[in-house]
Ligand binder design. Structure first.
Ligand code: SAH
Length: 341
């Protein structure tokens, strides 16, 4: 069954015409779906009853419902566990920054990539999310909190570039001026480094920020923690990043989880700096979040400070990710993991 909430405007128009609707009906239905963000055709009050019934009968409506909601007592970060139409669970996090609200969305139910420090893939991969299901995370959180979300990071559960077509449709819908009308510049997409798909993304010339999960200064360490690194080595990945920047003029953000005794020495910092030398990039250090099933320990504050000092000495831009929602398991598949075990 086709999902009503996953169609670009033109496709929606074609489908509605086939249902016997007038041409202008597509604008109305699109506005109900993506501007007013209703949860059922029943709410589309200026559409004929007959068409609403047809839509309900012939199409999937991929909204999601709130299964669980946790609010951090420290910083108002909100974590949602959402239930999808088929009963699967996904999670999203809403964070408040000076410049507005950011949501971290999931792109898949589970994950195939198997990074050893991440909770998302422990229970394996279930399925790709539909474009409408990625959108529904944004719309449902907005409605529940009575806010407008201005920034999106695709850093929840799943590998966005492993669900390429649906993610591209999602990006096109969420930036559509007739809908949520978000600026592409306010969207970040994070990948563990699926090289061919970085090239496909490059061809789309989007103004989004590409984040690449590097997490290691060399192949030996990277291959131990990230299976994807055995498929595409670091030189191949970094070359794709250089090509991406050359084609889009966009600065790449490298994510680097600081794991005590694994990738956090001054020597590692020097090696990382030499790998990234001359690139238009930025390094975002993330003190690794401990995952129950794994025994990684985050680097201490002093170690992180020294690591930063070495990177900066070599001219690399670096920031440390602020830890939000630490009391509500706000990171990386932990809530869904706790729920589905
Ligand atoms: N699959 C994509 C996006 C999802 S994860 C990717 O790999 O980039 C978002 C970020 O959180 C990635 O950089 C990921 O490597 C990182 N991450 C996963 N588990 C983590 C943990 N336990 N501690 C810190 N960062 C983690």
């Amino acid at each position: 069954m086709n999902d009503l909430c996953s169609m670009r405007f033109e496709e929606l128009q074609t489908q509605l015409l086939a249902c016997g609707a007038k041409k202008f009906t597509a604008s109305q239905v699109f506005a109900w779906l993506h501007q007013k963000q209703v949860t059922s055709p029943d709410e589309m009050t200026n559409i004929s009853k007959e068409l609403r019934e047809k839509l309900k009968k012939n199409y999937l409506f991929s909204s999601c419902t709130i299964e669980k909601k946790l609010v951090s007592v420290y910083d108002d970060t909100v974590k949602y566990l959402f239930r999808l139409y088929d009963g699967e669970l996904i999670e999203s996090v809403v964070m408040q920054y000076k410049y507005g609200y950011t949501i971290c969305v999931s792109s898949q139910v589970g994950c195939k990539m198997g990074c050893t420090f991440c909770a998302s893939g422990i229970a394996g991969f279930v399925r790709n999310l539909l474009p409408g299901e990625i959108l529904a995370q944004v719309y449902t959180a907005q409605r529940d909190l009575g806010i407008r979300i201005s920034h999106i990071v695709m850093m929840g559960v799943g590998e966005p570039l492993d669900n390429f077509d649906n993610v591209m449709t999602f990006l096109s819908l969420v930036t559509d001026a007739r809908g949520q009308n978000l600026s592409m510049r306010n969207i970040s997409l994070s990948t563990c480094g699926v090289v061919p798909m970085i090239y496909r993304l490059m061809e789309a010339h989007l103004q989004l920020t590409l984040s690449v999960s590097l997490h290691a200064p060399n192949d030996a360490i990277r291959q131990k923690t990230m299976p994807v690194a055995r498929r595409w080595d670091m030189e191949t990945l970094l070359q794709a990043c250089r090509d991406y920047t050359a084609a889009t003029s966009r600065r790449i953000s490298f994510e680097y989880a600081m794991i005590s005794g694994v990738n956090d020495s001054n020597e590692h910092a020097r090696e990382l700096a030499s790998q990234l030398k001359g690139m238009l990039c930025h390094v975002n250090l993330i003190p690794v979040n401990s995952v129950k099933e794994r025994d990684y320990v985050r680097s201490g504050d002093d170690r992180i400070r020294d690591f930063i000092r070495v990177l900066e000495k070599h001219g690399i831009n670096v920031t440390v990710r602020r830890t939000l929602g630490s009391d509500i398991n706000a990171s990386c598949g932990q809530l869904r993991r706790g729920e589905t075990k």
